[in-house]
Design a protein around this ligand. Structure first.
Ligand code: SAM
Length: 263
């Protein structure tokens, strides 16, 4: 065991963040960044600091949690999803799932897209899950702010007249009830919790890039079991399906990482 491993074990056992699920170079970058900021050069010393300083424990956990998201992240993917929603609408009401939904902008984007495609609120529901209860609290509020680096109005660009779905007061954007009412948030761990049932479209994007290979497969198995035959899967644009699951899917759009579950 190296001193770096000791830090990871401490974080997993004492602070409850499952470092063993994450890619080690990702963990190394995050821990090294905290070490630079606290002027510590050795991992042993950093472990002592973590043991002594509750503030540093919180700052490290903040740095490790990967909640980066936006409304309509990768707009080209969402454009293609309009066609997927139209195809699903032919079969009646639909169950959409934003798995690893972070602060809610992805599932709210799904609900807005469905309404914008002319679906009636009765015809779809969005399940939104994440392992992190804190981001889910933010998500349930449905309130977002533009900042120097985040332009929420720009993120909502793929929807014409987005004011139908979001009330804006200067830099503050509040998701309207007709959108919020379609989304149900729930804590769910893609590795350890049971699959969902009969999902028509699941989006699980930008999580596997941080996860080690060993845990990626169980996550995608949970997702595959949750989808009905003929249901759709979207993963992140830089992510890939593991070899073991390729036979379960046919590509709808390879570049955009949209797949359909085969018979
Ligand atoms: C980078 S965000 C992706 C948000 C959104 N899908 C997107 O593409 O913008 C990754 C999310 O995965 C969640 N996560 C990490 N491990 C998880 C697990 N085992 N089960 C469910 N969610 C997990 C994190 O809490 C985080 O909110």
């Amino acid at each position: 065991m190296t001193a770096f491993d000791d830090v990871l074990t401490y974080v997993e056992e004492e602070l409850g963040f499952a470092t063993s699920h994450y890619d080690s170079s990702y963990l190394d970058r995050r821990v090294s960044s905290r070490m630079r900021r606290t002027d510590v050069t050795e991992h042993e010393e950093y472990l002592d600091l973590l043991r002594d300083d509750v503030g540093e424990r919180e700052r490290l956990l903040d740095a490790l949690s990967v909640n980066v998201t936006s409304f309509f992240r990768n707009p080209d993917v969402w454009k293609e999803l309009r066609g997927v929603l139209d195809a699903l609408a032919e079969d009646g009401s639909m169950k959409l799932w934003s798995a690893a939904c972070s602060d809610g902008r992805e599932p709210y984007s799904m609900a807005m897209l469905a309404l914008d495609q002319g679906l009636s609120p009765r015809d779809f529901e969005v399940i939104a899950t994440d392992i992190d209860e804190e981001v889910l609290e933010v998500a349930r509020e449905g309130v977002y702010h533009s900042t120097r680096t985040t332009d929420i109005g720009e993120q909502l660009g793929p929807i014409d007249d987005y004011e139908r779905f979001v009330e804006q007061e200067e830099d503050r954007f509040v998701v309207a009830d007709q959108v919020r009412d379609r989304v149900e948030f729930e804590q769910h761990d893609l590795i350890n919790d049971a699959p969902k049932q009969d999902v028509d479209l699941v989006s699980c994007r930008n999580l596997f890039i941080y996860i080690n290979a060993e845990h990626k497969l169980p996550m995608l198995r949970t997702i595959t079991r949750s989808l009905r035959i003929g249901g759709y899967l979207v993963i992140g644009k830089t992510e890939t399906l593991p070899e073991e699951l390729k036979a379960e899917y046919q590509a709808v759009d390879k570049r955009l990482r949209i797949y359909k579950k085969c018979e």
